[in-house]
Design a binder for this molecule. Sequence first.
Ligand code: NAP
Length: 265
Amino acid sequence: MDRLSNKKVLITGAARGIGEAIAKLFVEEGAIVILTDINDKLGYKTTSNIGGKTEYYHLDVAVEEDWEELSKVIVDKYGHLDVVVNNAGITGFLEAEGPFDPENINMDSWHKVHEINLDGVALGCKYGIKMMKASKSASIINISSRSGVVGIPFATAYASSKAAVRNHTKSVALYCAEQDYSIRCNSIHPGAILTPMWDAMIGTGEERDKSIKGIASDIPLGVMGDPLDVAYAALYLASDESKYVTGIELHVDGGILAGSKATGK
Ligand code: NAP
């Protein structure tokens, strides 16, 4: 129960879904967790439900001033951080207008998705490194996606932004090693994890059940994932058990990226 004993952790987009599950598990494992999000009402509620050593702050990952201000508060209060989980991300389907395919892409949606998914992670790494340099054993975990490894024709900006996160993670890992910082950096690639992010795509009631079954039938393990499946992967990368692990990509996708079904020739 103490795999993260007294580690000071910041998680972005932690009001719900995967970020919330990571926050809850990390607290159970002894961490002090700073939850952040743009959805402040839900963020405060989630933080109070989790309880333990938690705090909530507003942080829009795409706004550099937000990172600057929060860094000051954290350094004043805690001295340094040990773990940053760059989790906040959007598909763009609700936040921007389509089309989303490469031939007709609406460039406003392209920029919006990259601003949050890629710039947000770059800022999280930039300010994360500054807040973690004083840690004896620190870890940055970037939540990419299985869509960052393969092409997704009807979510082209999402896929591109997540691919860039995958690559940036490796640059950060090597940079920190070269600078002799005790900071590791790895990416997690979830696929088909049932969170509120899916709500807009799978509908409600019977339609929702049917959609989930349809999605699950294309997953080698035959079910959609649970946010806790990703949280356990993050726990390993946050803990000192992974002290020799940097620059890797960890797939948590029920086998989606393992290859295609043996139905073709
Ligand atoms: P989610 O349920 O939509 O939760 C994401 C949270 O991030 C929400 O609370 C959202 O607030 C917040 N957020 C959005 N924009 C933000 C910003 N600019 N700054 C700070 N917070 C912001 O999503 P999820 O499924 O848990 O996904 C978490 C991460 O996993 C994302 O990076 C996603 O791309 C990645 N991922 C998920 C899956 C999956 O199947 N679920 C698969 C692959 C990768 P609002 O509610 O106000 O928007």
